[in-house]
Design a protein around this ligand. Structure first.
Ligand code: ASP
Length: 326
């Protein structure tokens, strides 16, 4: 099997510096050496290091575009793709890739680690080897393949992952969707009887300023959101309470949302709760949002909604079409 591994930055390949950990340009060579040491791995690996390696806290939607275009340019040359990425924004990137490579017929696995590979007590190789094992299992299985985030034995659907812990080996959760596979000594797979649609690849030109996040918190006022809903914003993730509620006793706040949706901003309601779904209109406080034109993100993670808004807006779809796709 031919596997393309892209190192984009992140802890997995970081080394110490005066300012703390930074990505190491020599990491691709170290990883090549590690993989070559194993006789069991009879694959052709190409390991590329991106020219600008980043801490994923610096990632922008343009970086998703770069990764997407890189994979697209190598699509016919490889059987599987592994993206090595920082954990901080890994869930956003895996979601973005899952929209760009919808119903992917080849495995695209995003992974990284909590502790750098140069340390003795590292999870780097466990995660890389798990990602390779997932590629082996899914290779040629057009119907079972797709975009996934692999971490600490869990193969999570790319648009379902959430960074849930700062320091546990289990850094990611899959709040509203069972993992596709769990890797212990052997794989345990969740069977899917979903008939896949034909695969599509679409890597839009991302506009970094097009999407914002509106946090709901006790005492939130128009002044808090006004700057966030600036004129060039076309989409917003509203982080609501519970089953999709926000204060409904402040007419100015609701008027601000209504004015934004009236001018074509797509505002999607997602709960601050770690899991569960938005139930539109269950409470009067939620109905007010519906009246203001806010739509439900149901049980999506805020990372996936943010990436989906960017993807759809970047694809140049009309306001109506974006609403329909949600
Ligand atoms: N700050 C690092 C990054 O996101 C954290 C990590 O990789 O785990 O690149």
């Amino acid at each position: 099997m031919k596997i393309y591994i892209a190192y984009t930055g992140g802890t997995i390949g970081m080394v110490p510096s005066d300012q703390g950990l930074i990505p190491d340009a020599a990491f691709a060579d170290h990883l090549t050496q590690h993989l070559n040491e194993s006789d069991e791995l009879a694959h052709d690996f190409v390991i590329a290091s991106y020219p600008t390696l980043i801490d994923s806290s610096n990632a922008t939607p343009k970086d998703w575009q770069t990764i997407g275009r890189d994979i697209e340019s190598k699509w016919h040359d490889f059987d599987a793709f592994i993206v090595l990425h920082g954990t901080d924004t890994m869930a956003y990137t895996s979601a973005a890739l899952s929209f760009m490579f919808a119903n992917s017929e080849k495995p695209i696995i995003v992974t990284g680690s909590q502790v750098p590979m140069y340390k003795v007590r590292t999870d780097a190789m466990i995660n890389v080897m798990g990602a390779i094992s997932a590629c082996e299992e899914l290779n040629g299985e057009k119907n079972r393949s797709g975009v996934f985030l692999f971490f600490a034995g869990r193969l999570i659907e790319g648009d379902r992952a959430h960074k849930a812990h700062t320091s546990d080996w289990q850094a990611f959760s899959s709040p509203n969707c069972p993992e596709r596979g769990l890797l212990g000594i052997d794989w345990r797979w969740r069977s899917t009887d979903v008939v896949k649609q034909p695969m599509t690849i679409q890597i839009p030109d991302m506009d970094e300023g097009a999407v914002t996040i509106l946090p709901v918190f006790p005492g939130v006022k128009v002044a808090h959101w006004q700057g966030l809903l600036s004129e060039n914003v076309k989409g917003a993730v509203l982080l609501s309470y519970g089953a999709g509620n926000a204060p409904d006793k402040d007419p100015a706040l609701l008027a601000l949302l209504k004015a934004a949706t009236d001018r074509g901003v797509v505002i999607v309601n997602v709960s601050q709760c770690g899991a569960g779904s938005v139930a539109e209109g269950a409470y009067a406080a939620g109905s007010a949002l519906v009246k203001a034109g806010v739509i439900s993100g149901k049980d999506m993670t805020y990372e996936a909604v943010f990436a989906k808004l960017h993807f759809l807006i970047g694809s140049g779809l009309t306001h109506q079409e974006i609403l329909r796709r949600f």
